[in-house]
Design a protein around this ligand. Structure first.
Ligand code: PLP
Length: 484
C-alpha cells in the first residue's frame, strides 16, 4: 500500500474575498469604536465570566476568522485600559490616532523584519533618525534607533555610556573585570526603567547615587558636584548623569546646561530621559528645553506625546561609532553583501538588542507625514493650557490642594479638608480614586510626592477638552459629597 501523501497546507485563506469582506467590516467597526469612544466609560471592571474566557486549554483546532473576531468583539474590545478615552489622564499614556489603524494594516501586510538587509524599511527608519537629529539639533554623526519604548531606549543609552567609560572591552571581559563600582547619578524622581537598566547591566541598583532635589523637584547641582567628588575620592567610578526632561511625578525638567557642564568637568556621559518631556522641543519657543542638544544620549517615546499607536520609542546617540561598537555582532550568516537583498550598509540590528524587529518606524513615519510636526507642538501647548486651567480652578477651592508645583501637563492634587493627618488623607484620597474608577467617568492616577499621597493627572491626550476637566472637578466634588 503506497503511503498517503498529505496535501500541502498553508495559512492563506481559501477564500480571499471572504476574508477581505471581514477585513472591511472590522475596519468599519474599529473606526466606529474610536469615533464613539466618548460615549463609553473610560474604564470598567472585567466581569468574572469574561476573565474565564482566558482560562482555556491550548486550542489545537481552528475557529473561522469570523468566529475569532466575534470573540474579540465580545470578550476583548469592551475592556480597554482607557487611554483612548478623552478623560483618561493616568500615568503618562498617549491616545493614538484613527489614522494609526491604517498604518498598522500596512505594517501587518508587509510583515517586514527590519533588523537589516536591503529593503525600504531601513530607509524609512533612517529618515526618522535624520528627522530626530534635526529636531533635537544633534550632530550629523549621531545615530538613532526606534525602540519599543523609552525603557529600552534608556537601557540602550546607559549601555553605551557604560561601555565607552571603561578602558577595556567589557563586551569581552564582562563586568567581573570592572575594578571600581560604576556610579550613575540622578534624582529620586528618575523613572524606574533607569534602575532596571542598572540591574540588567550588572552594575546594581546600589550604584545609583540619588542626588537631592531642590524645592522644584529638580536635581541640585551643588549636591551633584559634591557627591561626584566624594565618590572619586572613595575610589568609585562615576560614569553617567541621568537628566530628567519631564519626570513622571510632576513633569520636572532638570537644568540640562548645568548638567552638561558638570559632565564635561568630570568627563561623564550625559543621558537624558525625555520620555514625554523631550517632545516639548516641538512646542512654542517658551517651552523649549535649553541644552537638550548637548546630551550624549537622549531617550523618548513616540507613543506618549506624539500619539503614535503603541508601541514606539526612540534613542538618539551623539556618536554613531560608540553606539554601534556597543551592539554590533555580525556572524557570517549576518554579514552584508556588497549589493542585492543582503546589501544595505546600515543594519539597525547593530544598534540594539533585537535582530528581528517589526516595522515600527512606518507608523511613526506615517503619523508624522499625515499630521506634520507642528500640530504635535500645538497639542502639547493645548495639554499644558488644560493642566493650568485645572490647577487654577482647584486652587480656588478650599478643600482641595495642589501637592506639587504644576509643571507642564501634570497636576498633583488631593482632597484636604484640614485637621486630619497624612495617613487619613491617604485613605480618603484612595477612596475618592476607587470611586472615580468605579464610576468610570474620569481616570486620573496617583502618586506620592515627598511623602504626600495624591491624585495626579498627566494630560497627554489629544481628545481632551477643557469641558472634560470641568467634568473631573464635578466628579471630585460629587464623590467628596457622597463620602461625607
Ligand atoms: C513612560 C516613561 C518611561 C518608560 O517608557 P516606556 O515607553 O513606558 O517604556 C521612562 N521615563 C519616563 C519619564 C516616562 O514617563
Amino acid at each position: 500500500m503506497a503511503d498517503e501523501i498529505d496535501p500541502e497546507i498553508t495559512l492563506d485563506p481559501e477564500n480571499w474575498q471572504a476574508l477581505a469582506k471581514l477585513g472591511d467590516d472590522v475596519l468599519e467597526d474599529m473606526f466606529d469604536y474610536l469615533e464613539n469612544v466618548r460615549e463609553r466609560k473610560v474604564w470598567h471592571d472585567i466581569p468574572e465570566n469574561i476573565k474565564q474566557c482566558f482560562n482555556e486549554s491550548p486550542p489545537m483546532k481552528p475557529l473561522s476568522s469570523k468566529e475569532v473576531y466575534e470573540r474579540v468583539k465580545h470578550e476583548i474590545l469592551p475592556y480597554p485600559p482607557g487611554n483612548i478615552h478623552p478623560r483618561f489622564w493616568g500615568w503618562v499614556n498617549g491616545t493614538g490616532t484613527p489614522f494609526g489603524l491604517i498604518s498598522e494594516l500596512i505594517i501587518a501586510a508587509m510583515n517586514a523584519n527590519t533588523g537589516g538587509r536591503e529593503h525600504i524599511a531601513n530607509y524609512v527608519e533612517r529618515q526618522l533618525v535624520s528627522w530626530m537629529r534635526e529636531i533635537f539639533e544633534f550632530p550629523a554623526n549621531s545615530s538613532g534607533l526606534v525602540t519599543s519604548g523609552c525603557s529600552i531606549a534608556n537601557l540602550i543609552g546607559i549601555t553605551v555610556a557604560r561601555n565607552q567609560a571603561l578602558d577595556f572591552d567589557v563586551r569581552k571581559k564582562g563586568i567581573m573585570a570592572i575594578k571600581k563600582p560604576m556610579i550613575l547619578y540622578g534624582t529620586s524622581q528618575m523613572h524606574s526603567s533607569i534602575q532596571k537598566a542598572m540591574e540588567i547591566l550588572g552594575l546594581g541598583s546600589d550604584s545609583i547615587h540619588l542626588i537631592e532635589c531642590d524645592e522644584n523637584a529638580s536635581i541640585s547641582i551643588d549636591n551633584l558636584r559634591a557627591q561626584i567628588k566624594q565618590d572619586i575620592e572613595a575610589n568609585l567610578q562615576p560614569f553617567v548623569v541621568v537628566g530628567n526632561v519631564g519626570t513622571v511625578n510632576s513633569g520636572t525638567i532638570d537644568d540640562i546646561l548645568a548638567l552638561r557642564k558638570i559632565c564635561d568637568e568630570f568627563n561623564l556621559w550625559l543621558h537624558l530621559d525625555g520620555a514625554f518631556g523631550a517632545l516639548l522641543q516641538l512646542s512654542s519657543n517658551k517651552y523649549k528645553i535649553k541644552g537638550i542638544e548637548l546630551a550624549d544620549s537622549l531617550a523618548f517615546d513616540f507613543h506618549k506625546w506624539m500619539h503614535v499607536n503603541y508601541d514606539a520609542g526612540f534613542v538618539l546617540i551623539r556618536d554613531d561609532k560608540l553606539h554601534r561598537d556597543t551592539f554590533t555582532l555580525r556572524p557570517s550568516y549576518l554579514a552584508s553583501m556588497e549589493r542585492g537583498l543582503a546589501g544595505g550598509g546600515y543594519w539597525f540590528s547593530e544598534y540594539g538588542l533585537q535582530l528581528s524587529r517589526g516595522f515600527r518606524s512606518l507608523k511613526v513615519w506615517m503619523t508624522i507625514k499625515r499630521f506634520g510636526f507642528d500640530i504635535f507642538g500645538r497639542l502639547i501647548d493645548q495639554n499644558i493650557r488644560q493642566a493650568r486651567y485645572f490647577a487654577d480652578i482647584i486652587e480656588k477651592q478650599d478643600n482641595i490642594e495642589l501637592v506639587a508645583k504644576v509643571n507642564m501637563n501634570i497636576v498633583c492634587f488631593r482632597y484636604n479638608p484640614g485637621e486630619i493627618d497624612e495617613e487619613e488623607l491617604e485613605l480618603i484620597n484612595k477612596k475618592i480614586l476607587y470611586a472615580m474608577y468605579d464610576r468610570g467617568i474620569v481616570a486620573p492616577s496617583y502618586t506620592r510626592i515627598f511623602g504626600k499621597y495624591c491624585l495626579r493627572i498627566a494630560i497627554t491626550n489629544h481628545r481632551s477638552r477643557l469641558s472634560d476637566l470641568d467634568i473631573l472637578l464635578n466628579e471630585l466634588n460629587e464623590i467628596i459629597e457622597l463620602l461625607q
